[in-house]
Design a protein around this ligand. Structure first.
Ligand SMILES: [Zn+2]
Ligand SMILES: [Zn+2]
Length: 404
């Protein structure tokens, strides 16, 4: 069962990173919420687990972190509920340098994103096959060295790479995918994306992303043909093109559990300033371990405004991205905020299968704007919140999935 494997993987990673191995007990207990966020919060010296009861809500890193998110005392969270205390950070998770078809170096990109664009997170993802070229030798290793040097308590730099067969003339369908947290490069060329999926699944630490779906007509991964093993690892979906909004629902309806990102795919020296669009991620803290956990938990949103945030909680305590089971209905609380007071919101709409509008609420040009919706599993197996701003910008939150 994919979700179980996913949790086991996270827990084993947490243990190997010095996390409290007692956290593994919780993931195996059917009486508790399955929280994918546990692996990173376990590193915060989570207390030893108790045997059931309301106190078990507090296993995610201690009561002090969770006070704001505590549920009513006798209401159990559904399985798959992601819990924890997370804060929004803004990043750009797709960009190129001269290590492939962009300009300058990863070190330049990190410094620019931090000092000029004022991003919290910058990930350089040059094209995989070009990272094999020399000079400079070991381009991927050089990127990682620069990322380590530029990372601080207030800025996270990282390196991934962009897979793409580049041979669409010979194949009916393919696409580009970013790979994050890979210790080494994948094979330079895998013509068939199914082979790429296998490589990705075999990489214990890797997280994948569907890049700019629909950017070219053939970029749809065989109409998002579903693969359950890859579904646990490709958790991110770029809303970088006008076609991507429709394709997002094609992927969700095919069964993929993906959450939205907006990345700039820079090929010039404008990392983070090409436009105001951002990927938002909800992290327990600003570091790579927390970022990876957030990606696997799908705690992300896409925003066309550089400092707007959308947060969705299901049944008060379950974060957006949660995959809830044994849940016939769910109450979604949506909050949209923009650090610029004048950037007001016009509406919040909940979308379901086949891009169906399930509910909508007017914001009346307010900032912040919040609304609550109740969604039945019979209406749609997932619910996506999209928030519109009065200036035409919009934000899309990670879905919440539910099954009776
Ligand atoms: Zn691409
Ligand atoms: Zn690219």
């Amino acid at each position: 069962m994919p979700r179980t494997l996913h949790v086991v993987l996270l827990v084993s990673l947490a243990a190997s990173c010095g996390g409290d191995p007692t956290a593994a007990v919780d993931a195996a207990s059917p009486d508790r919420a399955t929280t994918d966020s546990r692996a990173d919060t376990a590193t915060l010296d989570a207390p030893a687990l108790e045997a059931g009861g309301a106190d078990s809500w507090q296993v995610d890193g201690g009561a002090d972190l969770l006070t704001a998110d505590l549920p009513p005392p006798d209401l159990p969270a559904p399985p798959g509920c992601i819990q924890g205390a997370f804060q929004p950070y803004f990043g750009n998770f797709h960009a190129h340098t001269s290590y492939s078809d962009g300009v300058q170096t990863p070190d330049d990109a990190f410094q620019y994103a931090r000092d000029v664009a004022k991003l919290d997170i910058m990930v350089v993802t040059d094209h995989l096959e070009q990272l094999y070229l020399v000079p400079p030798a070991d381009r991927y290793g050089s990127c990682k060295t620069a990322a380590t040097a530029q990372t601080s308590a207030t800025f996270l730099a990282s390196c991934g790479f962009e897979y793409g067969s580049g041979f669409n003339l010979f194949l009916a369908s393919t696409g580009h995918n970013n790979v994050f947290f890979s210790p080494s490069l994948f094979p330079a060329i895998q013509l068939d994306f199914h082979d790429f999926y296998k490589t990705l699944v075999a990489c214990a630490t890797c997280v994948g992303q569907f890049n700019h779906p629909g950017d070219e007509p053939y970029q749809h991964w065989s109409n998002f043909e579903y693969h359950s093993d890859a579904d646990d690892r490709i958790t991110l979906f770029e809303l970088n093109s006008s076609a991507a909004w429709d394709l997002f629902f094609k992927a969700l309806d095919a069964g993929w559990h993906v959450s939205p990102m907006y990345n700039q795919d820079n090929h010039s020296a404008n990392w983070g300033t090409a436009n105001d669009r951002r990927s938002g991620v909800f992290l327990s803290q600003l570091d790579g371990t927390a970022l990876r956990a957030a990606m696997l938990d799908r705690r992300t949103f896409a925003t066309y405004d550089k400092n707007a945030v959308v947060k969705v909680m299901a049944d008060t305590v379950c974060w957006m991205g949660s995959v809830l089971t044994n849940t016939a209905s769910v109450t979604l609380s949506v909050e949209a905020t923009d650090a610029d007071a004048a950037d007001t919101f016009s509406s919040i709409t909940i979308y379901g299968k086949a891009k169906m509008q399930l509910a909508t609420s007017s914001c009346g040009s307010t900032n912040p704007c919040s609304a609550t919706f109740t969604i039945q599993a019979t209406q749609s197996p997932y619910a996506v919140a999209r928030v519109e701003q009065d200036d035409g910008d919009f934000l899309v939150a990670a879905p919440v999935w539910l099954a009776p």
